[in-house]
Ligand binder design. Structure first.
Ligand code: COA
Ligand code: AMP
Length: 634
């Protein structure tokens, strides 16, 4: 009989070394590890220090060699183009091996970084797995980021190549990628020698307007046509697999480094024990390969598990309607579906009675998983009642790479409690501490922290910056990793995640930094000071809301100024920032030491009870701000 959650959790806490060595047995290693945890650089821990493997081999070759080459690895379903395409494991392996050969022929080797800026097309899987095949470190950047963000990543990761496509398709517009790539390359100090472009119908093929960059540009198809397939390069388990940039409190994005061996074990473990997905099952994760959810559960997790993964190019609504996900479940016999609460809210708004669901047979579906932001109890109940399957909230972060808390369906389906992502996953010792580092009792909200070492698959460090890694995550509570979220554990050990403790916000499940937006607003010639807060939004969970104080003598034409400021944020961060509202105010509330009271502003805007700190410099500022923060007087 399978071990139940409580026994498994206790076993992982009591002897993590044996627990994770035994979990590693499920993979194919060039050299099997004899040690799980490497404590030699504590508080920075490593995993499987003497293990050697290749993750692309474990995701592809291993299944083909086991006689499963004809099984479907990947289904590409583009609602925006009306294309459906299947790749068996053998076919995907051949694509990946040839593209890896092409990369190698153009000088990409183990340890090189490769920046990937691709829409949701099969080349995204192929590019990521080809890099991994060579031991090159990929860094995927979400298509909604602007050239400026891309150039910051180019300078931090100093890639040997960029892999991109000629464009992406949003429901309302086509986005030419090449001008953005060139602009980013021109802005960056690091000069990227090679760019590989997957051309798509309907997009410009020639670069005529932008010619400053000295890179050599290649056509994906032409490169692959002449390439020799490359074998998988065995790498140390501790070798970085990828860098994924995420937002922090400041403007500079943090390059989360994922190792190879620990991540492969975590993917295998989570697919079996959390998602309950193995060979023969089909998983649809409707996120984007540019986010951590996409890395783990569109690409690596399902393929390591030998399952079928569905790559969906489209939106939850509008491509063509709010029945898009139900069609996918029906057509591809999806067993497990994973999306963000925002997507469910968008569908519910468009189709409150789920009439479009009745038009499809969703009988294959066994569970719906959601992550990326808090699952509000209303949306939870709506989805559960509409679909009639368990709706499983799971809580995690770019940093951890896989769920910290979930209902571990593969181990044991536990009772769901609305508003809770259920329980800490085996390997994560979650505790709640007050600001002095003292443990809090059940029911009391505080900082959610995880006892070190974190389990395998979690961040190894920040790219090129161990000091920032330690300062950001490990210093506030020695011996613990600080998640940046606050919440509580109830009497039954269920975790409730209530929100961030820092200036990170979550818009449509996309993590954004208000600090980065403030930096941009503050650069406008008319702005003396500013604050951006995340306010509750019915559809998107949160939305950024900006407040600016003008320099004396500056023009106060609110409409023009806000148009300029909105355009600046879009230009510098990208449309993904979803920055659409900014107000001119007389003053911002501050403490006597000059700290802007963003938390108080947020509480007022969200209609929550608020306390004005006694350290406030001038309490009348709050009174003057009330009509701006709660325009309807709510
Ligand atoms: N490339 C370029 N631009 C993109 C993009 C991409 N990959 N993804 C989004 N954008 C743009 C949109 O076109 C939009 O631009 P606009 O300001 O010109 O309209 C802007 O970024 C905001 O997009 P979005 O967040 O998608 O908002 P929306 O109002 O267009 O759609 C939802 C609302 C709910 C349908 C959408 O937010 C959604 O699908 N949410 C789920 C997100 C998700 O799955 N997150 C998972 C993270 S785990
Ligand atoms: P990201 O790194 O983009 O995955 O964002 C991580 C942050 O999103 C977390 O620190 C949380 O604040 C929030 N988050 C993700 N999943 C959940 C969830 N299931 N419940 C509540 N918050 C979540």
């Amino acid at each position: 009989m399978a071990a139940t959650y409580a026994q498994t959790y206790a076993a992982a806490c009591a002897d993590p070394e044996s627990f994770w060595l035994s979990a590693a047995e499920h993979l194919d290693w060039g050299t099997k590890p004899t040690t799980a945890i490497d404590e030699t650089r504590a508080p920075i821990y490593g995993w499987y220090p003497d293990g050697i493997l290749n993750i692309s081999y474990n995701a592809l070759d291993r299944h083909v060699l086991a006689g499963r080459g004809a099984s479907t690895a990947l289904i590409y379903d583009s609602a925006v183009l009306g294309i459906k395409q299947r790749f068996s494991y053998s076919e995907l392996l051949a694509e990946v091996a040839h593209f890896a050969g092409a990369l190698r022929a153009h000088g990409v080797k183990q340890g090189d970084r490769v920046l990937i800026y691709l829409p949701m097309i099969p080349q995204a899987h192929i590019a990521m797995l080809a890099c991994a095949r060579l031991g090159a470190i990929h860094s995927v950047v979400f298509g909604g980021f602007a050239p400026k963000e891309l150039s910051a990543r180019i300078d931090d990761a100093t890639p040997a190549a960029i892999i991109t496509a000629s464009g992406g398709i949003e429901p309302t517009r086509r986005i030419e990628y090449l001008p953005a790539i060139e602009e980013a390359m021109n802005q960056a100090t690091h000069k990227v020698p090679t760019v590989i472009v997957a051309h798509r119908e309907g997009f410009a093929h020639e670069r005529t307007e932008y010619s400053e960059s000295s890179a050599t540009w290649h056509d994906w198809e032409q490169l692959v046509a002449t390439a020799q397939p490359a074998d998988a390069v065995p790498v140390a388990a501790t070798h970085p697999l990828y860098i994924l940039y995420t937002s922090g409190t400041t403007g500079a994005p943090k390059g989360v480094v994922r190792d190879t061996g620990g991540y492969a074990v975590a993917m295998d473990y989570s697919m079996r024990n959390i998602y309950g997905v193995g060979p023969g099952a089909t998983m649809l994760t409707a996120s984007d390969v540019g986010w951590v959810v996409g890395h783990s559960y569109i690409v690596y997790g399902p393929l390591i598990a030998g399952a079928t993964t569905v790559l969906y190019e489209g939106k939850p609504v509008g491509t063509p309607d709010a029945g898009a996900f139900w069609r996918l479940i029906d057509e591809h016999n999806i067993d497990v579906f994973f999306t963000a609460p925002t997507a469910l809210r968008a569908i519910r708004k468009a189709d409150p009675q789920a009439d479009l669901l009745a038009e499809h047979n969703t009988g294959s579906l066994k569970a719906l998983f959601v992550a990326g932001e808090r699952l509000d109890p209303d949306t939870y109940a709506w989805a559960r009642d509409a679909l009639g399957v368990p709706v499983i909230d799971n809580w995690w972060q770019t940093e951890t790479g896989w769920p910290i808390a979930s209902n571990p369906v593969g181990l044991e389906l536990m009772e769901c409690k609305a508003g809770s992502p259920t329980v800490p996953v085996p390997g994560y010792q979650v505790e709640i501490l007050d600001s002095f580092g003292e443990p809090l009792p059940a029911g009391a909200e505080g900082n959610i922290v995880i006892k070190l070492p974190l389990p395998p698959g979690t961040l190894a460090t920040l790219w090129g910056n161990d000091e920032r890694f330690i300062a950001t995550y490990l210093e506030a509570f020695p011996g613990y990793y600080t998640t940046g979220d606050s919440g509580y554990l109830d009497q039954d050990g269920y975790l409730f995640v209530m929100g961030r403790t820092d200036d990170v916000i979550n818009v449509s499940g996309h993590r954004l930094s208000t600090g980065a937006m403030e930096q941009i607003l503050g650069a406008h010639r008319a702005v003396a000071e500013c604050a951006v807060i995340g306010v509750v939004d019915e559809l998107k969970g949160q939305r950024p809301s900006g407040y600016v104080v003008l320099k004396s003598g500056a023009s106060s034409d609110e409409e023009t100024l806000s148009r300029e400021l909105i355009a600046m944020v879009r230009k510098h961060i990208g449309p993904v920032a979803d920055f659409r509202e900014v107000r001119i105010v007389e003053a911002l509330p501050k403490t006597r030491s000059g700290k802007i009271l963003r938390k108080t502003m947020r509480q007022i805007a969200d209609g929550k009870p608020y306390v004005v700190p006694s350290t406030i410099e001038d309490s009348s500022v709050i009174d003057d701000l009330l009509p701006f923060l709660r325009p309807q007087g709510t």
